[in-house]
Design a protein around this ligand. Structure first.
Ligand SMILES: [Zn+2]
Length: 316
């Protein structure tokens, strides 16, 4: 069996995805209980301001600027005591700070913009999107874990935001990442895609589902595909992963080899599920499909799974 590591590309597929460009040095070995508090008052500290699912951007100097000073976030009434330290870039600290304010209550030069819109509209650089994915996921985890899962007592932030401690029972709670398998099933010159009930009109995508405890990635890919489409899979290969801060998932993209072609779609989850020829998928990617069908936009891992397959199929 060939050893695949040294035939892999120098830059893995994940590198090219939205939310995947984080270059912050997390310095996890240096986290102390007061590291966020100390970094917050450093004169050059950069603060991301996050309001439930939205990033606040400053348009006062023209292009969108996601970084604020401590004085600026204090003036807006942000919860600086809940700030978390993401790490450092060339020595400069980056923190994420939650703000409870309604987006409409912000001054005119500030806009609180949904994470998906920031990605889709290119309102942040690659590295900033990576920092956003880290900060948004952590803040959401803190918001959802204010009480101890063991005794119900209140928990307090520790380790710069990388731990919560229960004062009552001493339990330590650590940030979680929820793995989601997303897979493009392939059979000959066709791939399998479905339409979720809440998708935008005309959009078809790769199937996806949460990986469950005790499951390998490959087993989850096979189970989810069978449950949602009735298609059994043989070989499964990993392709790429993408941080997905809704609220703290990691999308794990794979390809699966179909063993049958008769679809039995899960109508609770999917409005439609069918095979697409490569020619039809190319039209969907190019925006030239006669029926107006589309695939997800280029920043999403589903798009890359679909495009990589379509490009490779055309080479063969
Ligand atoms: Zn407890």
């Amino acid at each position: 069996m060939p050893f695949s590591l040294f035939s892999a590309p120098a830059r893995e597929a994940s590198h090219f995805l939205g939310f995947a460009g984080n270059i912050i040095d997390r310095q996890s070995e240096k986290r102390s209980d007061d590291s966020a508090k100390l970094a917050l008052v450093e004169p050059d500290a950069r603060l991301l301001l996050i309001a439930s699912g939205r990033l606040v951007l400053d348009f006062s100097d023209g292009p969108a600027n996601p970084y604020f000073t401590l004085a600026a976030v204090q003036a807006l009434g942000a919860q600086t005591s809940d700030a978390i330290l993401l790490g450092r870039t060339d020595g400069t600290a980056t923190l994420a700070v939650p703000i409870a304010a309604e987006p409409e209550s912000l001054p005119d030069h500030l806009k609180a913009i949904d994470f998906r819109a920031i990605l889709a509209q290119g309102l942040a650089e690659k590295a900033e999107l990576g920092a956003l994915a880290q900060g948004a996921a952590l803040l959401a985890w803190h918001a959802n874990h204010r009480f101890c899962g063991r005794c119900g007592g209140p928990t307090e932030m520790r380790a710069g935001g990388y731990k919560r401690l229960c004062a009552a029972c001493g339990a330590e709670h650590f940030p979680r990442t929820d793995p989601v398998a997303i897979m493009l099933t392939v059979s000959g010159d066709k791939c399998l895609m479905g339409r979720g009930r809440h998708f935008a009109p005309g959009v078809y995508s790769a199937l996806a589902g949460f990986i469950e405890p005790g499951e390998t990635i490959e087993a989850a890919v096979r189970r989810e595909t069978l449950e949602e489409s009735g298609i059994r899979l043989g070989r499964v290969v990993y392709h790429a992963s993408q941080p997905w801060p809704f609220p703290y998932s990691l999308m794990i993209g794979c390809y699966g080899e179909a063993l049958n072609e008769d679809i039995s779609a899960d109508s609770d989850e999917l409005e439609d599920c069918r095979w697409f020829s490569r020619a039809e998928v190319v039209q969907m990617l190019d925006g030239t499909h006669p029926g107006g069908l589309k695939v997800p936009a280029g920043h999403a891992i589903a798009h890359q799974l679909i495009r990589t397959w379509a490009d490779a199929a055309s080479d063969s």
